[in-house]
Design a protein around this ligand. Structure first.
Ligand code: HEM
Length: 197
């Protein structure tokens, strides 16, 4: 298994630079950090109301776990808005991603909730009373944070699965990729007939 820094770096290298968090995004987030930190408890409440309100996500949690989960989300939010959003931050996101894999939190669940946070910022950004250009940059900044987090989490998931197959069953990544290609090519033939294409 690669290190968390390697996982994050590989995922980021695969995303076009035009889709990444820039110094300007980081600066507008940092300037508003105190006001944003104060949103933490509201974000955590809405986040977990959403997860507990849906059976497949609610069943991930152990009895009585919610207060602890809200606290870790508030901590994540504070670390995110205070910055720095640097290589160590992205390596931490790779680790946070794998923490969820072990609890059987799926990529669809993770990706949807990364969107949840970005959307919360977008809807509530007017509360910061910023000049419009700064407000737009801030909203875009959180979209980019969510997008890069999604890239790292999904890449980390794929990497963890292929590393497990290699380390536990001796299947090299290249062979796994070839077998995957073959299976997907066959599935695409069925998919075309399913969709009448
Ligand atoms: C982008 C979205 C998410 C973020 C940023 C996030 C953030 C975090 C963080 C920072 C931790 C603490 C990790 C640690 O202790 O090292 C954590 C733990 C956890 N999260 Fe999330 N989370 C997200 C989505 C989800 C979703 C969708 C679920 C469930 C459906 C979930 C369930 C959990 C659980 C069960 C743990 C405890 C893991 C353990 O056993 O240590 N999270 N989350």
């Amino acid at each position: 298994m690669d290190s968390m820094h390697e996982i994050a770096r590989t995922a980021i290298d695969q995303t076009p630079p035009a889709c990444r968090v820039t110094a300007e995004h980081a600066a507008v987030i940092a300037t508003n950090a105190n006001a944003l930190v104060a949103w933490g408890p509201q974000i955590a409440m809405g986040f977990y109301d959403t997860l507990y309100g849906h059976v497949p996500t609610a069943t991930i949690f152990h009895e009585g776990e919610r207060p602890m989960r809200e606290q870790t989300l508030i901590g994540w939010w504070e670390r995110t808005v205070r910055g720095p959003i640097d290589d160590d931050y992205w390596a931490w996101m790779a680790m946070v991603g794998l923490t969820h894999v072990v609890r059987r939190v799926t990529n669809p669940m993770m990706l949807a909730m990364a969107d949840y946070v970005a959307e919360y910022v977008s809807i509530n950004s007017y509360r910061l009373q910023l000049p419009e250009a700064d407000r737009i940059r801030l909203v875009e900044g959180f979209d980019r944070v969510a997008s890069m987090t999604r890239s790292i989490i999904t890449y980390g998931y794929d990497h963890a699965m292929s590393a497990a197959l290699y380390e536990r069953a001796g299947m090299p990544e290249a062979l796994l990729a070839r077998l995957g290609d073959q299976t997907i090519r066959e599935a695409l033939v069925d998919a075309k007939s399913e969709l009448g294409l």
